[in-house]
Design a binder for this molecule. Structure first.
Ligand code: SAM
Length: 339
């Protein structure tokens, strides 16, 4: 088994994406679709959200063009997400092409694992740096209740397939108000038995429904300390969104991502592109630049570069500020942003 990769790339010296708060931007997240084969209740309302029409979504060619521009500016890490990336036909060949773009030094995906196992051989061949699998419970009934689908078996097949191929693996687990201590303990056992970073995530206001406006799952670090009294050292390799803990005798690590509390904004190195081609300089903003419109109106690379730099130089200091400025009554669905 491989060692866990909890290191994040260092900013490169000729990075032209340094924001107005002196944070280098080296990480681009691409949400390549809004479609998903799960209906997680914290991500979409039961009745669903209207799908975005195909011509509103960036083509793979447009995405590759944008990645080339971002890499020329200093991005070296790219994560492909969604919706569910493998719900979009052509995702695997797209990943293969992305890996070859000059400047893409680290390529990662975030997936729900439902359809992923059939692509694992190819993912191993292209040398994907890591896979994040989202998995909120190991209990079949709860899986159904949370995702409104019955695919836990397929997700577990992906988890074991990733381990068998030595691809570094993280599991992202959203902690909901009814997540039990036992569910957390069962998930943590994956880190005990395998070299997996199991990261527990605060639920964020991206459910596609009316705003609840409060943190529903309490203090995650206190909860982990109560459940795992022997929890040890905390390793911070900046920049990172996760706080990572080790446990004696565990092959993997435990972690928490405090995306609601937003404790990591001061080192945030990410920008995002949504399926419709909006650039976001914060998960909590409404989108700051319409890249699709620029591309489709024939803007040249230099014009697009300047517009990106301008947005990065006007970045909110924190997710709290970005959310305040966004003035939303309703929570957007995370499927339209990519997490
Ligand atoms: N379909 C892929 C998956 O499930 O990993 C990628 C897209 S999904 C939107 C990315 C991540 O966002 C998942 O780990 C998911 O659990 C997380 N997520 C979605 N809605 C969330 C919310 N309201 N709060 C916290 N995390 C959320």
């Amino acid at each position: 088994m491989t060692e866990l990769d909890t290191n994040y790339p260092d900013p490169i010296s000729d990075n032209r994406l340094i924001d107005n708060h002196n944070r280098p931007i080296t990480y681009l997240r691409l949400a390549i679709t809004d479609r998903c084969n799960l209906r997680c209740r914290y991500c979409r309302p039961e009745e669903g959200v209207p799908f975005i029409s195909h011509d509103e979504i960036l083509t793979f060619e447009e995405l590759e063009h944008l990645v080339t521009i971002f890499c020329a500016l200093g991005i070296n890490k790219v994560r492909v997400t969604g919706g569910e990336p493998f719900s979009r036909r052509g995702c695997m060949p797209f990943l293969t092409r992305l890996q070859k773009i000059d400047g893409v030094q680290h390529l990662h995906i975030t997936t729900n694992g439902v359809k992923t196992s059939r692509f694992l051989d190819e993912l191993a061949v292209i040398g994907l740096d890591s896979i994040n699998v989202s998995l909120d419970t190991l209990d079949y009934k709860r899986f159904w209740k949370i995702t409104r689908r019955d695919y836990l078996e397929a997700v577990l097949q992906t988890v074991h397939g990733v381990l068998a191929r030595d691809i570094p693996l993280k599991i992202n687990s959203v902690v909901l108000k009814d997540t039990t201590d036992d569910e957390i303990i069962q998930l943590a056992k994956l880190a005990r038995d395998f070299p997996i970073a199991v990261r527990f995530i605060e639920k964020m206001p991206f459910s596609g429904t009316v705003r609840s406006g409060k943190l529903e799952n309490g203090n995650l670090s206190q909860r982990l300390k109560r459940l795992f009294p022997a929890i040890e050292k905390e390793t911070y390799v900046l920049p990172t969104t996760a706080r990572i803990f080790s446990m004696p005798g565990y092959k993997g690590k435990l972690g928490i991502i405090q995306g609601y509390s937003r404790l990591f904004c001061s080192t945030c190195n990410k920008v995002r592109i949504t399926p419709t081609g909006m650039m976001k300089t914060c998960l909590y903003d409404n989108g700051v630049l319409n890249l699709k419109s620029m591309l489709r109106k024939g803007a040249g690379d230099q014009e697009i570069e300047s517009a990106i730099i301008n947005c990065v130089q006007n970045r909110c200091i924190s997710g709290h500020e970005a959310e305040l400025n966004a003035k939303r009554g309703k929570e957007p669905s995370m499927a339209s942003i990519g997490g």
